[in-house]
Design a protein around this ligand. Structure first.
Ligand code: SF4
Ligand code: SF4
Length: 70
């Protein structure tokens, strides 16, 4: 299994990570962030994350701080 960690304090709700994830594992959350919009969360019920790091590379604010495999 693979995981990512999103820093809620850094996320500016641009949603680039949602678009780039090939498995659509990043979604808008209920939490409002620093720009007054919903930040994002990682949901991988079917363990599809490949740890490709595309989301981390795409994030302009380096809010996706860790990508790891167990
Ligand atoms: S590491 Fe890759 S597969 Fe995993 S959430 Fe990020 S973009 Fe999606
Ligand atoms: S790309 Fe980064 S700043 Fe933009 S929504 Fe995703 S985690 Fe937040």
């Amino acid at each position: 299994m693979s995981f990512i960690e999103i820093d809620n304090n850094k996320c500016k709700s641009c949603y680039l990570c949602i678009d780039v994830c090939p498995f659509k594992l990043i979604k808008k959350s209920e939490t409002i962030g620093k720009t007054g919009q919903n930040i994002v969360e990682f949901k991988d019920e079917n363990s599809k994350c490949s740890a490709c790091k595309m989301c981390a590379m795409m994030c302009p604010d380096i809010a996706i701080t860790k990508v790891w495999k167990t």
